[in-house]
Write a protein that binds this ligand. Structure first.
Ligand SMILES: Cc1ncc(COP(=O)(O)O)c(C=O)c1O
Length: 404
């Protein structure tokens, strides 16, 4: 069907709904799901040209698929990048980044507060292929600068990070990377392009776990890397033809539909998280609240500048307690007393999730490593959803008000 092309200069909220709707001859209004592994060719000569990449056209879904292409185009437009390549999970996006941007002898600088599986993949698995990694403080720009070596090829940051919501200064890291001929990649899973577009601050590559905010309803796994045509489409796209890390068309379709409401969800979750953070710090059984949207947070100015004036939907807090055992018991009591929040480690969902990082997401760290990362036994992380905020407050009060 002949489409009217979209005008230039549309806002991200509009792009999230309108970009890359590929209609079939039937003119369906909602995005079609092309649930097919291969594509029929009109004749052998056309097939030969398409397989040789001499003519555009779909051949096989490991190479490309229209529903996956729609997801890639929509995400790229929202991130403000030329290209995006979709992957089966967030971790396979990070694997794709590592396998296409790094080679034996290269050095990477990574935040020590990144997602645990990222630290293992980059720091341990890639070491077997001759890549070395330095892990540095999430917030200390001078530490990133000091870790630079002649063979540094990539700086990799995640901002804000899990569970304390600490930020990296993307513009400062981009400057350090580019002054030394390295690339900066930013994991944008927690912020989404609604809060921050890392390329606007100088990042070269943007990584996503689409499993989080992009889907937003906890249904499917997905991932993506966004960036320039040269890095993403040409280099990563070429790798994907044989690499097989592809996103399934069904999952791409689910995430595409999720992205239509991304902006509304992220703004509502962020507003609710701020209100909860302000309320929690007044509760006598809460020792400390971690949320960069609070004006007295040391990174408040950076958060407002980098994250479109919002703090995001994830916050953490310490319950009171005299020693690690009491802290853990108190945190477990608050978590187990909830009846609305879901006790699960996923985040970015319309359903509020509550978790105890010290025994789940960061459970494999030694106690001293955990404490160095600021994760005590009394820490609770909330990923705020779309329920009425008074119901979430009441849910937390069930445990907080009954702590001895
Ligand atoms: C910041 C971040 N990046 C990447 C991942 C990995 O994503 P996935 O679970 O989709 O593989 C996660 C998962 O929790 C994450 O929190």
């Amino acid at each position: 069907m002949t489409e009217r092309s979209l005008p230039d200069g549309l806002h991200p909220d509009t792009l999230a709904v309108r970009e890359a709707v590929e209609r079939s001859q039937w003119g369906e209004h909602s995005e079609a799901l092309y649930l097919t592994s291969s594509f029929v060719q009109p004749d052998a000569a056309t097939a030969a040209r398409r397989f040789a990449n001499e003519e555009p056209g779909y051949t096989y879904s490991r190479t490309s698929n229209p529903t996956v292409t729609s997801f890639e185009r929509r995400l790229a437009s929202m991130e403000g990048t030329e290209s995006a390549v979709a992957t089966s999970t967030g971790m396979s996006a990070i694997l794709l980044l590592a396998l296409t941007m790094l080679k034996a002898g290269d050095h990477v600088i990574c935040s020590q507060s990144m997602f645990g599986s990222t630290i293992k993949l980059i720091g341990t698995e890639m070491a077997r292929f001759g890549v070395t990694t330095s892990f540095v403080s999430q917030t200390d720009v001078a530490a990133w600068q000091a870790a630079i070596r002649p063979e540094t090829r990539l700086l990799f940051a995640e901002t804000p990070t899990n569970p304390l919501g600490d930020l990296c200064d993307i513009a400062a890291l981009a400057e350090i990377a580019h002054a030394h001929g390295a690339l900066l990649a930013v994991d944008n899973s927690f912020a989404s392009p609604v809060l921050q577009q890392p390329v606007k601050f100088g990042a070269d590559l943007v990584v996503h776990s689409g499993t989080k905010l992009l889907d937003g309803q906890g249904r499917v796994m997905a991932g993506a890397v966004c960036g320039s045509k040269a890095l993403v489409e040409d280099k990563m796209g070429a790798f994907m033809r044989g690499g097989g890390l592809n996103l399934a068309p069904f999952n791409a379709w689910v995430v595409l539909k999720g992205m239509e409401t991304l902006s509304l969800r992220v703004k509502a979750m962020s507003a609710a998280a701020l209100e909860l953070a302000q309320w929690l710090r007044t509760h006598p059984k809460v020792a400390r609240v971690y949320y960069a949207g609070l004006p007295d947070h040391p990174q408040y100015a950076l958060a407002m500048r980098q994250q479109s004036g919002m703090g995001g939907g994830v916050l953490a807090f310490d319950v009171v307690g005299s020693d690690p055992e009491a802290l853990r018991a108190n945190a477990f009591h608050v978590i187990d007393s909830t009846r609305v929040c879901s006790i699960t480690a996923n985040l970015g969902d319309v359903k509020t999730t509550i978790t105890h990082p010290a025994s789940t997401s960061h459970g494999r760290l030694a106690e001293d490593q955990r404490l160095a990362a600021g994760i005590s036994q009394g820490l609770i992380r909330l990923s705020v959803g779309l329920e009425h905020i008074e119901d979430i407050k009441a849910d937390l009060c069930r445990g907080l008000d009954t702590l001895s």
